[in-house]
Design a protein around this ligand. Structure first.
Ligand SMILES: Cc1cc2nc3c(=O)[nH]c(=O)nc-3n(C[C@H](O)[C@H](O)[C@H](O)COP(=O)(O)OP(=O)(O)OC[C@H]3O[C@@H](n4cnc5c(N)ncnc54)[C@H](O)[C@@H]3O)c2cc1C
Ligand code: FES
Ligand code: FES
Length: 470
């Protein structure tokens, strides 16, 4: 058992013995360590000014990812290498991504610059190719309000081909050994006068902790939960983390289904869900930024029961199931029955989502998901719609249609489904949608826009069906 948060900070061992469970890494870096290169812009994961890089030891090597320090709690970095912008230079020698940013004049006021440098550093360490699409993907979670993006993209093109060699390269074996030593010391249970952060290692221990501590909050990636702290100014004195339970991170793929442990991240799931349809890959690439996708989990996206979460419409259309577990046992529930009201679910006290079972569309069946948001990258959906159906003798069979952003929960469009079967007309099904949903107006979209946009998706889906028939 480890009773303090331990990790490597820029290569050196760090022990945060008294860190409150709801203290963000950003606050700790800036106030405790006086490492003020990491900036606070939005404090909600949107601007990327606070980007740091985490590395995990896995099979003798390090895997690197960018993360937002503003929505990362201290317990989440236990057993990892944490790199800040101060850790990149080798003495007086700038890191290749820093040197490229200077060379390309890619900074003006400089407020966003450490965040861009760290996003590029993560891409650099992962050996990313200097291709435009990959660079845009790496930088989509970083906002700059004065330089303009072209010189930053140019700097990325210059730096990325250097092949991931830098001051961390010779340190890797020692870093891996140190991280293994921390992780081999047992599960984290950090109890301080400010509260408790626990990261059980088994499902049974997790279930026991949840049963014994009904007031505790589950934290998975923390990309939603952290906003309760940074934006709603709540104190969360007891957090129980899911991510150290290996089964909750598993991804099992068979001919008929994908089973995703609830704590599998979007980054981990992306290549598998992309196999279901290219539109699923597009959806996931537009879900937050790399920083968000490296931490955010599929279980968190369902448990928060947001009406505008992106995976629920796709999973409802695919007929997914959730496995719920507690100290009392486990049960499987169709996702149709999981969302019970606005931000309410069928989860009982002490219960957690263990996994999500996603049936693959049968041979010849069609599946498609479409997200409409005001901004293409890193924006929440105004409307998200998904459809799955098969064609039998050219006729549409057993359609499942679901929408987010149209009601208090992600929801099937039962009237539209029935109309599609009965009339075989996407136009009539679109008309029937008005019986399914009376959406709200808010700052993302008006009710009229939402309904019209959702109905327009039926025209897109009609074309897909027509193409499949030819
Ligand atoms: C900048 C930004 C952009 C975002 N963009 C998008 C977007 O485009 N689309 C989108 O859908 N979402 C988006 N999100 C929201 C968020 O990233 C996702 O909902 C994510 O999937 C949440 O997962 P998590 O692991 O981080 O959940 P957490 O924050 O850890 O948890 C969320 C809630 O679910 C509970 N919980 C988590 N896992 C479980 C479980 N297994 N069992 C029971 N309860 C559990 C927690 O207690 C908490 O109440 C964005 C968030 C940010 C900050
Ligand atoms: S401060 Fe904006 S993403 Fe963290
Ligand atoms: S350099 Fe000023 S915000 Fe980017």
């Amino acid at each position: 058992m480890s009773n303090s948060v331990r990790f490597l900070l820029n290569g050196l061992t760090e022990v945060a013995a008294e860190a409150p469970p709801d203290l963000s890494v950003l606050q700790w870096l800036r106030t405790h360590c006086r490492l003020t290169g990491t900036k606070e812009g939005c404090a909600e994961g949107d601007c990327g000014a606070c980007t740091i890089v985490l590395a995990d030891a896995h099979e003798g090597a390090l895997s690197w990812r960018a993360a937002n320090a503003c929505i990362l709690m201290m317990g989440q970095v236990h057993g990892k290498l944490l790199v800040t912008v101060e850790g990149l230079a080798d003495g007086a020698l700038l890191h290749p991504v820093q040197a490229a940013m200077v060379e390309r004049h890619a900074s003006q006021c400089g407020f966003c610059t450490p965040g861009f440098v760290m996003s590029l550093f993560a891409a650099y360490r992962q050996g990313e190719a200097p291709e435009t699409e990959a660079i845009h993907d790496a930088l989509a979670g970083n906002l700059c309000r004065c330089t303009g993006y072209r010189p930053i993209v140019d700097a990325a093109r210059d730096a990325l081909p250097s092949g991931g060699i830098d001051r961390f390269t010779p340190m890797e074996p020692a870093i891996v050994a140190s991280l293994h030593a921390i992780n081999n010391a047992g599960a984290l249970d950090c109890v301080t006068k400010h509260g408790r952060f626990t990261a059980p290692r088994t499902r049974a221990d997790l279930a026991r902790e949840l049963a014994a501590n009904p007031e505790a909050r589950i934290i998975s990636g923390g990309t939603d939960l952290a906003l309760d702290i940074t934006k709603r100014h709540q104190r969360l004195p007891h957090l129980i983390s899911l991510v150290s339970v290996p089964e909750l991170r598993r991804i099992e793929v068979s001919d008929i289904e994908i089973i995703a442990g609830a704590a599998a991240t979007y980054a981990e799931l992306l290549p598998h869900l992309a196999m279901l349809d290219p539109s699923f890959e597009v959806l996931l690439r537009r879900l937050g930024s790399r920083q968000i996708r490296s931490l955010g989990t599929i279980g968190g996206n369902l448990a928060n029961a947001s009406p505008i979460g992106d995976t629920p419409p796709a999973l409802l259309a695919l007929g997914a199931f959730v496995r719920l577990e507690s100290a009392a046992g486990s049960r499987e529930l169709g996702l149709d029955d999981f969302f019970t009201g606005y931000r309410r679910t069928a989860l009982q006290p002490g219960e957690f989502i263990e996994s999500v079972r996603i049936p693959k569309p049968a041979h010849g069946a069609l599946f498609r998901v479409d997200k409409i948001s005001r901004r293409f990258d890193q924006d929440i959906s105004a409307v998200c719609g998904a459809i799955a159906f098969s064609l039998r003798d050219g006729l549409i069979h057993a359609p499942r249609i679901a929408f987010g952003g149209m009601a208090a929960t992600p929801l099937r469009a039962r009237h539209a489904e029935a109309a599609l079967v009965e009339t075989q007309s996407f136009e009539r099904a679109a008309d029937a949608l008005a019986q399914d949903f009376q959406p709200l107006s808010d700052f993302r979209a008006s009710a009229g826009y939402r309904l019209q946009t959702a109905q327009n998706l039926f025209e897109r889906w009609r074309l897909i069906a027509a193409e499949a028939r030819t």
